[in-house]
Design a protein around this ligand. Structure first.
Ligand SMILES: Nc1ncnc2c1ncn2[C@@H]1O[C@H](COP(=O)(O)OP(=O)(O)OP(=O)(O)O)[C@@H](O)[C@H]1O
Length: 220
């Protein structure tokens, strides 16, 4: 069995004085793909932030609020995922005049995401789904082994969401992704974690679960 990449033992997680998880026990091994389910406010984003804190250098972060730079183009927002791989001068030059190789590489990724015709459109002129695909492109261009995603395909239609979720999972060797789409969780992930009011109440292989098994997580 592979090593634990993330581990919490009786951990308190929260925001300042506000406790969300009083005592969390959880480990995630390298190579696992984990869907994080639970009603709004159950603690998914809080847990993702704590996972990120444990292994920041290994993680690609795809946050719910996307954090794109609205005045910059799709190209530049995707390119920003890879700033750490290039030197400062290269990055500064790219802001004004991208090199042909970078245009080709980022352009190919944008095309895969259905954004070929928007490559040099500023993000403030995109639809919600196009902006989300740009954020996914930035995550894919980061090229770190662990994907931490907070509803990364929630604005996309069912087919596109499934295709791009699978694409993102094949590009990372480990993933923990929060979502509200239960069918997507069962279709794409190996393991499902269910949260309810800051407690881990479900931890099971996706293959052992049916949609109805997840209803309990959403009961008021
Ligand atoms: N910055 C914050 N400061 C204080 N409390 C917070 C903060 N962020 C979230 N919380 C609280 O922590 C709890 C868990 O929130 P969290 O964002 O982790 O839920 P979530 O499952 O990701 O919800 P959603 O599906 O709506 O994104 C909620 O009660 C929320 O009000």
């Amino acid at each position: 069995m592979s090593e634990a990449l993330f581990r919490f033992h009786g951990a308190r997680l929260g925001h300042g004085d506000a406790t969300v998880f009083a005592a969390l026990d959880l480990s995630v091994r390298r190579g696992e793909t984990v869907a994080l389910l639970g009603a709004s406010g159950s603690g998914k984003s809080t847990l993702l932030a704590a996972l990120r804190e444990q292994r920041q250098a290994l993680c690609t972060w795809c946050p719910q609020e996307q954090a794109l730079v609205p005045m910059l183009s799709v190209f530049h927002n995707i390119y920003m995922g890879g700033l750490h791989r290039h030197g400062t001068w290269h990055n500064l030059r790219t802001l004004l005049r991208p090199a042909a190789a970078d245009r080709a590489e980022v352009g190919a990724l944008a095309a895969e995401l259905g954004l070929a015709d928007k490559l040099f459109t500023s993000v403030d002129r995109l639809s919600g789904g196009q902006a989300q695909r740009t954020a996914l492109g930035r995550a894919l261009y980061t090229r770190r082994p662990v994907l931490l995603g907070d509803e990364p395909v929630s604005n996309l239609d069912e087919h596109q969401g499934l295709a791009l979720m699978q694409r993102a999972l094949t590009a990372h060797d480990t993933a923990v992704v929060a979502m509200h789409d239960r069918a997507l969780a069962l279709a794409c992930f190996q393991r499902v974690l269910g949260l309810r009011h800051g407690e881990l109440v479900l931890d099971a292989p996706a293959a052992a679960l049916a949609l109805a098994d997840l209803d309990e997580l959403y009961r008021p």
